[in-house]
Design a protein around this ligand. Sequence first.
Ligand code: ADP
Ligand code: MG
Length: 377
Amino acid sequence: MNIMKVRKDSKDFYKDVQNDPSQNETQLLKNSLNYMKAELNKFKELPLLVSEVKKVVGSKVIIKVPNGSNFLVNVSGDIKVVVGDSVLVEQRSLTVVQKLEDSKSFDVESFVIVEKPKVLWEEIGGLEDQIRELREVIELPLLKPELFRNVGIDPPKGVLLHGPPGTGKTMVAKAVATSSNSTFIEFVGSELVQKFIGEGAKLVKDIFKLARERAPSIIFIDEVDAIASERVDVGTSGEREVQRTFMQLLTEIDGFNSLDNVKVIAATNRFDILDQAILRPGRFDRLIEVPMPENKSRLNIFKIHSKRMNLSDVEFENLLEKTEGFSGADIKAVCTEAGYFAIRENRNKVFHEDFVNAVEKVNGSNGEDQEYLGMFG
Ligand SMILES: Nc1ncnc2c1ncn2[C@@H]1O[C@H](COP(=O)(O)OP(=O)(O)O)[C@@H](O)[C@H]1O
Ligand SMILES: [Mg+2]
């Protein structure tokens, strides 16, 4: 019972009896005595133990009390508990009397994106080697861990995807989650340290806990450089916070087994500034470069993103030269823009010329981006 509530209750009680002139003095004292007795009994009650459910055994459960001992105890009423729940246990009878709501996992789920993605391999243009490698190191151990047990090798726990923005890093990570039927838990490194000052390390811990609960799962850390960059000194408290978050990430990765059904995929477009500690064996020891698409890949990406478009005499081959240096995301933007040119002219067919104009438009906006960066860089 919370002390503020006790104070409030007793104040209300006195107010009630004082406001009622019909009560004689004896009655008032009797009430007062009863109230005090009840309060005294509350203080005589033993406190409840906060314990963790370790195992469910029929209608009983094995709990671990704070001093580390395990007990097989009863569960009162129709309280439903599962392994990992926090519960309150009455000390004398050792009975689970209440289940504590896990506020932690609520916090973490409001921060990360948890989904079962539906990105198919055939929606990705190019990146054949990268896809083959991801399937080998992520999909296969998740789907067939026994292969690795039988042969006696440990698959990597983590993979680091690096390459320019818009080249499909997020996409391939989602696709491997789809093909391995895993829960995809996504968060952005820079947000972790900017929005949740002081909470970063705890969130990392909770994210891995969530991943184990939802296994098989893939944790996707976008912009991992924000928490794992090589810093010369850790002078400010903000830098120390980032450092703590990073250490927690390493601890979590080191702490799970490579054949547990949790995998970590990180992505960065700043490979150059990464702290080498995350590349040590047993961590992100597979590096997969995701480059800008070559001609053949760009052709594929054009075909993928225009699949549902109503095209008339469009020759993507003739656009390849003009789209040198375009990322997959740029090509997708070209397809959308081309569609807009048709809509503006009230056509439902998209012509080759629309694509030519769209390439120019996207090229122009990319150029502006660069100028913009140049102003500050
Ligand atoms: N190789 C690709 N094939 C098809 N679409 C792509 C490809 N690369 C990028 N895209 C398109 O660009 C969008 C953004 O790509 P994304 O995976 O987020 O890039 P990154 O994570 O590398 O920045 C994707 O949702 C997709 O529509
Ligand atoms: Mg991305």
